[in-house]
Ligand binder design. Structure first.
Ligand code: PLP
Length: 391
């Protein structure tokens, strides 16, 4: 059976959620280790279309790759990494997976859903404030989905997380589960290890294929948010090795660029690429107030983009990346002059529900429908004008 390629639609009965042999693109055949199996978890290829961003300076064209449409409860960029990570977990005979993230982690939600699709238990270690660590974590956004699909949630404070670290926390839980006779498989924060990197190497093949069949666009730049590094590692490697040759620009939303150059270096060294992360990707700081914290301008930007284009960015990742891109275009016009840019929307819509209070003053207006006295009532409803508005 041929390997899965970007051209393989996951639409035939039985192909979604199936495990398939995987063959890397020819231009990535020297990378090792290469996965041999993948699960079909995403609704892929994700579409690419023109994006008429408000206030885009003249002479730049922006297109958007809709990885936010890669699924519903299992959506966004994490699906691509999980296709490889889950295949490895199942191949290794795991009966449960452990992963770690922030309280509204999209990765943890996607992992919880993927695990249940594949009949595995899911254990999540979620980081939250000291104040909330002993409380019911709530039912907002990603947490609602995680709890509906029955993920086991362990809360740790940010201080504990900082002192112990995600790797040791996951190892602790793994030890406990092993003692209980379980077979746990650890997925690192954000699914960002060298195996997960294949998700966006494969996405580069998908984009290359989409360009080949449409024939009329070539992208000079690819822009994407960076949170744990795996997405940019795969995209940058894929763009460099394939015929894409687009410059990859990452906007980091948590740690500083130097941290990510090093982290990406580790991921691509893990695949024996022989390349230097500084030559593959340019990383800008778009952290702003801090991870998952937004300025009023960023939130207004998210609202304005949604109103103008219908594209809902999540304020934690793609919202900050798109905002950072436009700021960079304004600050360095020559860098972006005449460029055709592909912005990758990495999803995260469920996290938006955690921002409802902050977004409420920006959200659209509403009104009671104007039902004048002259509007007739249905016969037999006992409606008279005096009782019309009573409950
Ligand atoms: C919606 C969304 N976009 C982007 C990212 C960043 O991707 P990565 O972790 O691969 O850097 C994440 C996760 O961190 C995410 O949840």
């Amino acid at each position: 059976m041929a390997g899965v390629s970007a051209a393989t639609p996951a639409s035939t009965i039985g192909s979604f959620l199936s495990k398939k042999p995987y063959a890397p693109p020819s231009w990535a055949s020297h990378l090792s280790p290469a996965p041999s199996q993948t699960f079909s978890l995403g609704h892929l290829p994700s579409p690419i279309h023109k994006w008429n961003l408000p206030n885009l300076p003249n002479g730049r064209e922006v297109w958007i790759k809709r990885d936010d449409l890669s699924g519903m409860q299992l959506s966004g960029n994490k699906v691509r990494k999980l296709e490889f990570l889950m295949a490895d977990a199942v191949t290794q005979g795991a009966d449960c997976v452990i992963t770690v993230g922030g309280i509204q982690s999209n990765h943890c939600r996607a992992t919880a859903v993927a695990a249940k699709y594949l009949n595995l238990d899911c254990y999540l270690i979620l980081r939250t404030s000291k104040l909330l660590v002993d409380e019911d974590p709530g039912l907002v956004g990603n947490l609602l989905v995680e709890r509906l699909v029955g993920a086991h949630v362990d809360l740790v404070s940010k201080e504990e997380y900082g002192k112990i670290g995600s790797v040791a926390l996951a190892d602790l839980l793994k030890k406990k589960l092993l003692e209980e006779g379980r077979k746990p498989y650890i997925i690192p924060v954000g699914g960002s290890n060298s195996l997960g990197t294949w998700g966006y190497i494969e996405a580069a093949r998908e984009i290359e294929h989409q360009i080949q069949i449409s024939g009329d666009v070539r992208f000079d730049d690819i822009v994407v948010a960076c949170g744990s590094g795996g997405t940019i590692a795969g995209l940058a490697l894929g763009s460099n090795l394939s015929s894409l040759k687009a410059k990859v620009h990452a906007f980091s939303v948590c740690d500083d660029p130097e941290y990510f150059y090093d982290y990406v270096q580790g991921l691509i060294d893990g695949l024996h690429s022989g390349l230097d992360s500084h030559d593959l990707v340019s990383i800008e700081n778009a952290k702003g107030l801090g991870y998952a914290m937004n300025t009023a301008e960023e939130l207004k930007f998210v609202k304005d983009v949604a109103t103008a284009t219908g594209i809902v960015l999540d304020p934690v990742y793609s919202g900050k990346a798109a905002y950072g891109m436009l700021k960079d275009m304004a600050a360095k016009p020559a860098k972006w002059e005449g460029r055709k840019i592909l912005f990758v929307h990495t999803g995260g819509l469920l996290g938006l529900y955690d921002k409802v209070d902050e977004l409420s003053s920006l959200s659209g207006s509403w009104r009671r429908m104007d039902l004048e006295e002259s509007v007739p009532c249905k016969e037999g409803t006992g409606c008279n004008q005096a009782s019309r508005y009573s409950p």
